[in-house]
Design a protein around this ligand. Sequence first.
Ligand SMILES: *Cc1c(COP(=O)(O)O)cnc(C)c1O
Length: 342
Amino acid sequence: MSPLDNLDALGQRLAQMPRLPLAHLPTPLEPMDRLSAEIGGPRLWIKRDDCTGLSTGGNKARKLEFLMAEAVAHKADIVLTHGATQSNHARQTAAAAARLGLECHILLEDRTGFREAEYTDNGNVMLDRLHGATVEVRETGLDMNAELDVLAARLAAEGRTPYVIPGGGSNAIGALGYVNAVAELHAQARAMDLRIDHLVHATGSAGTQAGLAVGLAALGRPFPLLGIGVRAPQPRQEANVHALAVATAERLDLGCSVERADIVANCDYLGEGYGLPTPEAIAAIRLLAQTEGILLDPVYSAKGMAGLLDLCRNGTFTAGQNIVFLHTGGAAALFGYIRHFN
Ligand SMILES: *Cc1c(COP(=O)(O)O)cnc(C)c1O
């Protein structure tokens, strides 16, 4: 099969994959002119995947369109997933399950050790419960996918039909959501006559970047992609993303490969670890709130934005370029991190 090098062919291939309409698409692509003026350098744009519409929005909605189609095809009556305490993925999975009339059981891993009630019960945790999900907490350091398998076996023994969604919805099905997102963004930029010089976003469980990388490879690599790591060190993050990208390209049977060199993650903005806000991330949240009226989150998008802003200030990205930030959502977590804003 020859490489797919145009949008129509990619769109046709994606249209053959089982999918349920759960997200508000296309999400807007907007300039951030007050922020750009403040920073001085490239023109900054934002792809508003915080506006996907499912329980306050975020990037998991695109993945869940494909994952929940699989759950329904498997005749599941309950979906299981896991995440960190303030997981956006858990919240959007709970919402998608509610929308489809499925039960949802979530395992939350205590990765930060934060004890305040805002963190353990407000923000995303409050919304998980509001959507009717069963929530169980696990100490950190366990193999959470194995914990899910144990839970799935128990439910199956009780006569239930569970469908297991991995952490972050990051497998070769969920990543299809971001193959689709690249097709959407490319078409939008074309219609606006916008030349994109770089696409930047926060990368964690790898599905977003893997899907984006597959879509870009299929389109002939129209612009480079940079993930800002929020969890693993760079070598492991890039390896995770690459492995998932290869699996996703295979699943789509695209006839194009994702090279190891296509995957670039910068993990210099992680700070002390996953879910632990850095001063630069908190400053980025304030800056976006006060220049653009846009809400970032302390775990993902603010670290991504802190990285982007640093790369503008240090001259990596320069005047004359158009840099697009993919806003992956997460603002619901702000209410779990109130003490970091005092
Ligand atoms: C999950 C998440 C990410 C990271 O996406 P991955 O596909 O897990 O790499 C980024 N931002 C937000 C707000 C998220 O919830």
